[in-house]
Design a protein around this ligand. Structure first.
Ligand code: NOJ
Length: 548
């Protein structure tokens, strides 16, 4: 894994997201862990991914699935130990797979030693300065310091018995750190070094756009109208995507550059415009950022083309590669998103509530086409565990099993994100579908639907029509074909509703989003198609890779 001077791995990588609690359970407690992940490395190797992004595995009381970290230098006992993590990193490297853990710098757990010290030390203490503590407003300080709201619902402030309020942009168990404090900078740079020393290849940065807050903590202005497609203007926002945040990442870049082997960051940054997103990946800043515009786009040729063009234009201006992603652990799985006849465009900061009948055959057909589109675009791509199996969202989980804090914080009006976090079905005819070992003493932490027996890795392996074999073939072709990954693309003339583009060396990708059958352009071979092609005709919601 030596560094290459022209095109480092992260410019083209296909990165597989491991939501560790739901990937593979090694010790039989019904929760995925490092032992389970290690046992499945051969599967990931045969799938053909370049790297794994692993959701937080640190010591945590799990108020938000591990995004509430109590100790960044320890692995939670649910998942294993630091020695297990080191072993995983070594074994993954032997398979030629890189490892990118999550890092959560916006907040800690309320059980983190710093927050506990802040609670003990009381109002006005230096310990409280590492977080955002303030007195309240109103005669008794009984009103929160400002009108900020938690992303999980309700106010972003909680009051302590001693009268002080503390800020949490997420759950009350996730107090926000104060990034104007030098201790916070020093501590995170030290945590990065701790894990880089153990061989990780980079980090996915959680809420990368949230660290810098306006020191005055002003009220949020009245919310601009998003209902008509107007962007929210984050540039002057008191806590999202502020310009100062980039100073932090310039320092982190220097830390990454101290280590050999092309260590790389990917930012989870929500920005209003491709320009503001591109600012995260300017030279000297982070390497890549998730491109959520692609994930939020509707299944509509104009919308997709605009997103692709705008993303590539902005990123090439700063010489950064694009990333493409269809699903992750925070959003409805795209097989289900695309299963409604009309796929609504997702509006950031608003709950996604698709309407209409769910037709999973339709969703699966589109998901297959979307995979070929995504994997043919210039840059890197993310595959969320289960995308390769075509797993749908589990939309009917019983309320009694829901764990996402959104469910409680929304007063039971929003079921939250558990439906995309159901444990992976590996084999067999009944739950736990090989997720846990045969002698497991607990059921999977979320119940798997009985009809997932058709979607197990075992059931799909060797079935040429399966989603799994489509992904395997696409990833193999992508590795073999120098036209794919980093580079440029050129749109080709095509009828309305058909997206057709060329990559170098005679590679063409065609996606038919029109209601009409489309006769493929002249080509020498069909490398791969998302569905059967007869007489050179691409039907609606089909995609093909061609050589010309
Ligand atoms: C974004 C993560 O993807 C999400 O799962 C988490 O709840 C929030 N950040 C808070 O850390």
């Amino acid at each position: 894994m030596s560094s290459t001077t022209h095109s480092p791995w992260w410019r083209s990588a296909v990165i597989y997201q491991v939501y560790i609690r739901s990937f593979a359970d090694g010790d039989g407690d019904g929760v995925g862990d490092i032992a389970g992940l290690r046992s499945r490395l051969p599967y990931l190797k045969s799938l053909g991914v370049d790297a794994l992004w692993i959701n937080p595995w640190y010591k945590s009381p799990m108020a938000d699935g591990g995004y509430d970290v109590a100790d960044f230098r320890a692995i939670d006992p649910l998942f294993g130990t630091v020695a297990d993590a080191e072993q995983l990193i070594a074994e993954a490297h032997e398979h030629g797979i890189r490892i990118i853990p999550d890092i959560v710098p916006n907040h800690t757990s309320d059980e983190h030693a710093w927050f506990q010290a802040a609670l003990d030390a009381g109002p006005g203490s230096p310990e409280r300065e590492r977080y955002v503590f303030r007195p309240g407003r109103g005669p008794d300080g009984a009103a929160p310091p400002n009108n900020w709201v938690s992303c999980f619902g309700g106010p972003a402030w909680t009051r302590l018995p001693d009268g002080d309020w503390y800020l949490h942009l997420y759950a009350p168990e996730q107090p926000d750190l104060n990034w104007q404090h030098p201790d916070v900078h020093a501590e995170f740079e030290s945590i990065l070094r701790f894990w880089f020393d153990r061989g990780v290849d980079g980090f996915r940065i959680d809420v990368a756009h949230g660290l810098a807050k306006d020191p005055e903590l002003p009220d949020l202005p009245p919310r601009p109208d998003t209902a008509h497609g107007q962007p929210l203007h984050h540039a002057q926002h008191p806590h999202w995507d502020r310009d100062e945040v980039h100073d932090i990442y310039r320092a982190w870049r220097k830390v990454a550059d101290e280590f050999d082997g092309d260590r790389a960051f990917v930012a989870e940054a929500w920005a209003d415009t491709p320009e503001r997103l591109a600012a995260y990946v300017r030279p000297g800043g982070l390497h890549t950022a998730f491109n959520f515009d692609f994930l939020m786009a509707s299944w509509d040729p104009k919308d997709l083309r605009t997103v692709i063009d705008d993303s590539l234009a902005m990123l090439s201006g700063v010489s950064a590669p694009a990333t493409w992603v269809l699903s992750n652990h925070d959003v409805m799985r795209h097989t289900s998103r695309y299963a409604r006849k009309t796929v609504a465009r997702w509006v950031p900061n608003q709950r996604y509530q698709p309407e209409g009948t769910v037709d999973l055959d339709l969703g699966t057909r589109r998901a297959r086409a979307a995979a070929l589109l995504m994997l043919a675009l210039p840059g890197g791509a993310y595959v969320y565990q289960g995308d390769e199996l075509g797993l749908p969202e589990v939309e009917d989980l019983p309320e009694s099993v829901l764990e996402d804090p959104i469910w409680e914080r929304s007063g039971h009006t929003d079921r939250g994100r558990d439906g995309c976090r159901v444990p992976i079905p590996w084999s067999g005819q009944a739950a736990p579908f090989g997720f846990s070992p045969e002698d497991a003493y607990a059921a999977p932490w979320l119940p798997q639907p009985a009809n997932w027996k058709q979607l197990t890795v075992e059931a799909q392996t060797g079935d040429e029509t399966s989603m799994l074999e489509l992904y395997r073939t696409a990833l193999r072709l992508r590795r073999e074909n120098p036209a794919l990954g980093d580079g440029t693309m050129t749109w080709l003339d095509a009828p309305a509703g058909v997206l057709a583009f060329r990559r170098d060396a005679g590679f063409v990708c065609v996606v038919n989003l029109s209601g009409e059958a489309y006769q493929l352009p002249d080509h020498s071979s069909v490398l791969l198609a998302s569905g059967p092609i007869e007489d050179g005709v691409l039907t609606t919601d089909q995609a093909a890779w061609l050589t010309v």
